[in-house]
Design a protein around this ligand. Structure first.
Ligand SMILES: [Mg+2]
Length: 313
């Protein structure tokens, strides 16, 4: 495979990997960590059928659709899509996201809504914007400055906390570097530079993540825990499947950990490394109640469209 083929395999891996990770984690969400000798390795049914993706992927598809249809990250268009998703009565919405989207649905402008909720709950630094941020990386991976700006904007539509914003830049910078073919170590260093200055607690969590012991990981909905899980899983495994199995078997916010780890592992190992039985089990609907069903070939087509959007830096 030539360099272009490798890049294509990696950006496709981001989209398919994120959705597969979300679906693999779905039945393990809110659970306890699995026993290390009894890890779940197959797509299982939970509150949704086996292989079904959740809100993480639905909202990522909202971001991707804005990018494809508008040609850039248009915050008003994207806020409208988030509001439409909320109005379609999704079965699961994060607490912070629900607080912002209910205001959007009532007609409040997105910037006022996000600002008001941040003031109401200044400590809230959930992973709701991180889990849907990978389409921005696919659109802007060739230009790190444009990627940085679009990643910040995408996050701030609902999540204003500096830790959320920095985490989105950090993740997307890593994805861009991995698509380019950088090593995991180099991608982390570039991400530190692009997301600087990282809030101290987040910086500490990210630095220590590769050397954490499994029992130390909490994997809650806190954005720093999600990045910590993803980095720990990647640095302590040698394949796409192994990284994903480690991440989702921590339980708690397993689907979001799966989505973020899956995006990174897909970028690191390429789409061919994603196990066929996981890939072919993947399913879900977006927009909700539209009858538009998504399988893995749809994610590949979407990834190609996103990666073709912004070619000239
Ligand atoms: Mg979810």
């Amino acid at each position: 495979m030539g360099e272009e083929g490798l890049e294509r395999s990696r950006w496709r891996g981001v989209a398919v990997g994120a959705a597969v990770g979300d679906a693999l984690g779905m039945p393990l969400e809110f659970g306890l960590a699995s026993h290390p000798r009894a890890l779940i390795r197959t797509m299982r049914p939970g509150r949704l059928p086996a292989g079904h993706f959740t809100d993480d992927t639905e909202l990522a598809l909202a971001v991707a659709t804005t990018l494809v249809e508008r040609g850039y990250l248009d915050p008003d268009d994207l806020a409208g899509r988030f509001a439409a998703w909320y109005a379609s009565e999704p079965p699961d919405v994060g607490i912070h996201t629900q607080a912002v989207l209910s205001r959007l649905a009532a007609g409040e402008p997105w910037d006022a809504a996000a600002e008001a909720i941040w003031r109401e709950r200044p400590e809230s630094a959930g992973n709701g914007a991180l889990m849907r941020s990978w389409p921005v990386a696919l659109a802007y991976w060739r230009d790190l400055n444009a990627l940085r700006e679009a990643s910040i904007l995408q996050c701030r539509i609902t999540h204003r906390h500096p830790e959320c914003v920095a985490a989105c830049v950090f993740l997307n910078a890593m994805l861009a570097c991995l698509i380019r073919g950088d090593s995991l170590e180099k991608a982390v260093e570039t991400a530190f530079t692009l997301a600087a200055p990282l809030p101290e607690g987040l910086a500490c969590a990210v630095r220590l993540a590769p050397r954490r012991r499994r029992e130390e990981l909490r994997n809650t909905g806190w954005v720093r825990h999600t990045l910590e899980t993803a980095l720990w899983s990647l640095f302590n495994s040698h394949s796409f499947a192994e990284a994903l199995i480690q991440a989702v078997n921590l339980g708690a916010d397993a689907d979001t950990a799966g989505a973020v780890t899956g995006a990174l592992a897909g970028a690191l190992y390429g789409v061919e490394a994603i196990p066929e039985e996981w890939r072919t089990a993947l399913r879900g609907e977006y927009p909700l109640k539209s009858g538009r069903n998504w399988g893995w070939p749809d994610f590949i087509a979407l990834a190609d469209r996103l990666a073709a959007l912004y070619v000239q830096p």
